[in-house]
Design a protein around this ligand. Sequence first.
Ligand code: COA
Ligand code: AMP
Length: 629
Amino acid sequence: MGYKDVYEHSLADPEAFWMEAAEAIDWVKKPSKALFDDAAPLYEWYKDAQVNTCWNAVDRHVVSGRGDQAAIIHDSPVTHTKHEITFAELQTRVASLAGALRAKGVEKGDRVIIYMPMVPEALEAMLACARLGAVHSVVFGGFAAHELAVRIDDCTPKAIIAASCGIEPGRVVHYKPLLDGAIEQSTHKPDFCVIFQREQEVAQLTEGRDFDWHAFQYGVEPADCVPVSGDHPAYILYTSGTTGAPKGVVRATAGHLVALNWSMKNIYDVNPGEVFWAASDVGWVVGHSYICYGPLIHGNTTIVFEGKPVGTPDAGTFWRVISEHNVRSFFTAPTAFRAIKRDDPEGKLIRDYDISCLRALYLAGERADPDTIEWAQKIMGVPVYDHWWQTETGWAIAGNPAGLEALPVKIGSPTVAMPGYDVQILDEGGHEVPPGTLGAIAVKLPLPPGTLPVLWDAEARYVKSYLTTYPGYYETGDAGMKDDDGYLWIMARTDDVINVAGHRLSTGAMEEVLAGHPDVAECAVIGISDALKGQAPVGFVCLTKGVNRPHEEIARECVSRVRDQIGPVAAFKLAVVVDRLPKTRSGKILRGIMVKIADGQDYKMPATIDDPAILDEIRTALQGIGLAK
Ligand code: COA
Ligand code: AMP
């Protein structure tokens, strides 16, 4: 069957489609059916099954004869080390870690926060939780203590597993002081912490609370896989929403297993035993789905790459990793390619490596601009497939199903909807618009397996954020259109979420931090176009009456405040003091127009604007920091 038949079958008979896909998973107790819709519009998949994720990602491959195959290759140019872990070794290591966690009281359903850099131990920690049925929540290393504290209070973990440090080019990221700071700030306190000490920095352990990763495993009984029900949360992953409070996306166990396993062959076109590489970070959804779970569940070797596309040591690193480890399919964010192109515009470094093992490049996480796609295609000589998805969905909403049927690429489009996703473009009234017309992108409910069933401890927020604007649909938060061939075109977010270097960030969260500055009366943060990172945040602050300190000093304080409270990942480097913000007569800040001014685009003066002269003031302020023409 080609794509069209498979897709139509998935919508016409989801029950048959997803029960068939479920056969690739090892069940302790098979599901009696796929979809459970009795609580619609909340849906569950394979709810009455019993299953274990770690068994499917690790143990079953040892049983089926893959014990000696590399499960994980750690390639770390920042520490100048490389090593492999086989499936058999992974099983021993994960069972031991899970046993040690259980000996300290971690049980099915308990939450465990993982705060680690790109080391195999991060995956082992995730898998050890999965082995016990504990619910992990990985926090990206580029977030500051405050963001970690917010997540601790939201998911109330019994334990936190962290590394002593991470390594960014040119600096060591001291995880332990960040962890200590977060626990000090949070209301909820974990029972204990496990610290993986790295050679580059040995952290001071807090007596009675912190345990050394190796020492706490001595003499413990390794743990077997604990069966959980199909709807049991496999993990919580926080992502940015409109406000400062991040959304805890829940991933249900069984749907996650089935959907990721299906995607490995049909989308990424890899067979078990082959090497798959996603250059992202375990702190993001791409890292969860395609560094850890997807490849391992499918019996692929995964690469944990601790480095950057450029500077570790040069723009040829990706080519080295692909050729050295025989990578078949490679997945990264367009920003990485823009960075390589900037350093090596003619792609000279690729000539030093034989990358003939590679079949395709997959891009996602942000809009893939045509220049970058064309450049990548030209220098790599393989198809470049853009695909579109979100933390919430956990796998591609739209993509090119290369393993099923490679469809013609239209540059600028992530191709077509994947099975189970009935993607529609809606107008403001919730009616489907004709092809070629821009609208809100929504997915008719139910979403397929693997997607979020709810937000952690926030069902009402889930319903309000995603299911209310268009009853009967999931609102993606993206705007775009479909063309006559059913290809999707993703244009922009419809909310205050921006995308910086493939990292999803909330301007609302940054505004909350700026508003906390004692001299700031009012503020706005917008995302302006950035040639490397896609977008970059810029903050505008109006000062409280009577404050007459130098504006540059206040702007600098604003920049360090965002770095201290949200983290370096916010890449918040530009703030400017203005007298007033442009608003409508009803008081809504005109952020969209501010973006257009910053980007040097034309705009239409809104009829509802309170005072058009403010726009000139904004332009002058932006020019003062080297933006806007
Ligand atoms: N831990 C701690 N700090 C981190 C971090 C981590 N895991 N990841 C990033 N940071 C820091 C960076 O060091 C940087 O700090 P600085 O302000 O002191 O320089 C800051 O966060 C911003 O990072 P980033 O936006 O990534 O910019 P960069 O200049 O360091 O790197 C690229 C630019 C293009 C090389 C980098 O963004 C990249 O590799 N992008 C690929 C995109 C990607 O993998 N996205 C993941 C989603 S699929
Ligand atoms: P995240 O949840 O961090 O994966 O971010 C998801 C958001 O990133 C989406 O809602 C889009 O706005 C954007 N995004 C992801 N992939 C693409 C893509 N291929 N094209 C355009 N935007 C994308």
